[in-house]
Design a protein around this ligand. Structure first.
Ligand code: PAP
Length: 331
């Protein structure tokens, strides 16, 4: 059955929504743009750019989750594209192999859509039996239908130091591609520490999902980029089980998990022509970005090449303070 979210929103409602959104956003606290064309706006304790906030609020009104949906959640720069490619390749492994998968000619963000921006694309995937939908929305912003339907949620997080360094780089690379003035590292660092970053404060984003995962362990899988990197085979098998499509003994003997991991590796994906020369969201104004900007190094601990020991200690202290008594560690 076609859901309300899948169908076109009536033009009148859409116009009304945009009008009230425009009015509402003009009243919000405005934050630094990190050198990008869009400012950040603070709404209910989190910072968003306008198109993403609009997308989250629209999804809250319209998205009707189904119990079989699988939501991939993450704060920006924590491993979303990697998680998308691994889950997509695992779910579609009986339809495609490593020589036919759409991941060879579409970048991961074009293969698994974002709730905030890609409604139509998701319904097409769902009809094809690919129930994966991604979001950067904080837990408290998820549409109630996601919580009520009991659908599964996979969250990935990352050491805040590497997350910050990755975020700083995507902003400077994007600014350079647009010939605008990139933000300085020190300024970006202060903003990140203060929580003024995309979907930040980063720690609050992680904690929202962490607490929810403790309350509903059967519905949540909580991953860390570093642990996935350390033992990808183990975590891919766990992911497959969690998604309801475990690898059979025969598949394991044939090395199917290892093949998926190789295909989705940073080295492989970043060297594909589509990810070297393709454009993401072509023609969508400020959302348009070169695919290659998304792929940088894919390493754990690259922060050591950018942060001074003082900066690293400062971030670690914030992390310790924010996560104290949560039972979660991030570095
Ligand atoms: P997004 O918020 O822009 O979607 P996201 O995919 O969550 O970003 O994270 C990007 C990070 O994952 C980048 O890290 P880096 O800046 O430290 O290098 C990116 O390089 C890394 N990444 C992308 N693809 C992969 C992959 N296949 N395996 C491991 N890391 C990856």
């Amino acid at each position: 059955m076609e859901s309300h979210f899948d169908s076109h929103v009536e033009q009148h409602n859409e116009d009304e929504f945009q009008k009230s959104f425009k009015e509402m956003i003009s009243t919000l606290p405005k934050g630094n743009s990190w050198g990008l064309p869009d400012h950040l706006y603070q709404y209910q304790d989190f910072w968003f750019t306008s198109p993403f906030l609009q997308g989250v609020l629209l999804a809250q009104q319209q998205f009707e989750a189904q119990p079989t949906d699988i939501i991939l959640s993450s704060a920006p720069r924590t491993g979303t594209a990697w998680l998308k490619s691994l889950t997509f390749a695992t779910i579609t492994r009986t339809s495609y192999d490593d020589s036919t998968t759409p991941l060879l000619f579409r970048m991961p963000h074009d293969v698994v859509p974002f709730m905030e921006l890609d409604h139509a694309h998701f319904s097409a995937n769902r009809h094809l039996g690919i129930p994966l939908l991604a979001t950067h929305a904080p837990y408290s912003f998820l549409p109630t239908s996601i919580i009520d339907s009991g659908c599964k949620i996979i969250y990935i997080c990352r050491d805040p130091k590497d997350t910050f360094v990755s975020m700083y780089h995507i902003c400077t690379r994007y600014a350079k591609s647009q010939n605008t003035q990139p933000i300085e590292l020190d300024e970006a660092f202060e903003l990140f520490c203060e929580g003024v970053s995309w979907y930040g404060p980063y720690w609050d984003h992680v904690l929202g999902y962490w607490k929810a995962s403790l309350e509903h362990p059967d519905k949540f899988m909580f991953l860390k980029y570093e642990e996935m990197n350390e033992d990808t085979v183990l975590y891919l098998k766990k992911l497959a089980e969690f998604m309801g499509c475990p690898f059979s003994t025969e598949e394991q003997q044939k090395g199917v998990p290892e093949k998926i991991i190789k295909m989705c590796s940073f080295e492989n994906l970043s060297n594909l022509e589509v990810n070297k020369s393709g454009i993401h969201r072509e023609g969508q104004g400020n959302l348009e970005i070169q695919n290659k900007i998304y792929f940088r190094k894919g390493k754990v601990g690259d922060w050591k090449n950018y942060l001074t020991p003082k900066m690293a200690t400062q971030l670690d202290q914030i992390t310790q303070q924010k996560l104290s008594s949560s039972g979660l560690s991030l570095n």
